[in-house]
Design a protein around this ligand. Sequence first.
Ligand SMILES: Cc1cc2nc3c(=O)[nH]c(=O)nc-3n(C[C@H](O)[C@H](O)[C@H](O)COP(=O)(O)OP(=O)(O)OC[C@H]3O[C@@H](n4cnc5c(N)ncnc54)[C@H](O)[C@@H]3O)c2cc1C
Length: 411
Amino acid sequence: MTVGAAEDRGFSMDLSQDLCEMRDWVHEFAETVIRPAGGEWDEREQTPWPILEQASKIGLYSLDFFAQQWLEPSGLGIPVAFEELFWGDAGIALSLVGSGLAAAAVASSGTPEQMGEWLPLMFGETGDIKLGAFCVSEPEAGSDVAAIRTRAVYQQATDEWVLNGTKSWVTNGGIANVHVVVASVDPELGSRGQATFIVPPGTAGLSQGQKFRKHGIRASHTAEVVLDDVRVPGRCLVGGKDRLDSRLARIRAGGSAGDQAAMKTFEATRPAVAAMAIGVARAAYEYARDYSLSRVQFGRPIGQTEGIAFMLADMSASVDAARMLTWRAAWMARNRKPFNHAEGSMAKLVAGEAAVKVTEHAIQILGGNGYTREYPVERWHRDAKIFTIFEGTSEIQRLIIGRAVTGLDVR
Ligand SMILES: Cc1cc2nc3c(=O)[nH]c(=O)nc-3n(C[C@H](O)[C@H](O)[C@H](O)COP(=O)(O)OP(=O)(O)OC[C@H]3O[C@@H](n4cnc5c(N)ncnc54)[C@H](O)[C@@H]3O)c2cc1C
C-alpha cells in the first residue's frame, strides 16, 4: 500500500479546528459557570434554571447548538461538548442536556414535519426556556423494556391516540414542555408492538407523580409521569400511522420488525452518555492529580509515592481508553456504520465503570478531605454511579456485547 493511499483514508486523531474552538468555548462555560455552582445545586436538589438561562443567552442551551453538534461530520461534536459540560458538574450538565434525549427520540424516527414542529418546543428561547423528557421506563419495566404496560389506543373517529400508564425515573418528567412517551399499541407483540408519541405542552391528563430524591446528579430533576386518558392528535405518533401500520402488518405476517424505536434512540445516544461519564472521571482524575502534587506527607508530595502515582496512572489510562471507545462509537454512528460488535455498548460500559472507579480513587487520594463535602470528589463519586445504571445498566451492556461476540441469545 502506498503512502498516498493511507493519506486518502484520512485517518487522524486530531480534532478539527471547529471542534477545538467549540470544546474551548464549552469548557470556559463549564469552568466559570457550571463548576462553581455544582455544590450549591447538589444541595438544593432542583433544576438550576438560572444556569440554563445563562447557557441559553450564549446559545449553549439551544436547539441550534444541539443540532449543529449532532450533525457535525466526524460524529465527535456531542461527545466533545458533553465531556466538557460534565467535567463542570454532572447534575447541572444533565439539566442542560436532558432535553437532548427527547429530541433524539423524535429526530431518530420522526418525520421532518414532526422535527420542525416539536424540537423547538423542547428548548424554548432565552427568557422562556423549555425542557423535553423521554419517558420509557416504568415501575415494572426498566431493563425489560418489552414489559412496558403503558397503552396507546387509536380512536379513528377523532384521529386521536389515548395514552394510559405510569412512567418512572423520568429526567425532566412533569416539568418538561414536551414529553415523548413510548407505549404499547399491541401488547401481544411485546417490544415489537410499541410506538413513540409526542405529548404536546399542556395536554390534559399528564401529571408529575413522585419526585425522586437521589444519591447523585441531584440538580437534575427525576420524577414519575402519570398518563391518565391523555389524548394526543394522530400527528403526534412519531414516524406517522402509515409507517406504524405497515410495520405491524409485516410483524403479524411473520416478517422482521426493523428497528424498535426506543432501542434505536438508546443506540444513538450511548456514545453521548459515555462522554458524560468521561467528563466526570476526567474531573476527578485532574483534581486528585493536582492534590497529590501539593499534599505533603512524610516530607514529600503524596504523588511521589508509588501507591498514589500508580493509582493516578490507572485513572489517566482509564479516562483515555474510555474516550477512544466513545469516539470510535460516535464516529461509527455518524457515518452509519452498524454496531456489529456492540461498539456503542462497549463505550457506555467502559466509560460508566471507569467513572465509578476513577472517582473512588480520587476520594482515596484526597483521604479525609476526599470524604467531606468541603471537596467536590465525594459528589463526583455519587454522580458517577448513575452511569452504570441509566440508559442500560452495565449488566445490560454486557448482555448486548455478549450476544454480539458469541452470536448466542445470552439472557
Ligand atoms: C437518575 C435517573 C434518571 C433516569 N432517566 C430516565 C429517563 O429520562 N427516561 C427513562 O425512560 N428512564 C430513565 N431512567 C430509568 C433507567 O433507565 C432505569 O432505571 C434503568 O434502565 C434500569 O432499570 P431498573 O431501574 O428497573 O432496574 P432493573 O431492570 O430492575 O435491574 C435491577 C438490576 O438487575 C440487573 N438485571 C436486570 N436484568 C438483567 C439481566 N437480564 N441480566 C443480568 N442482570 C440483569 C440490572 O443490571 C440491575 O443491576 C432513569 C433512572 C435514573 C436513576
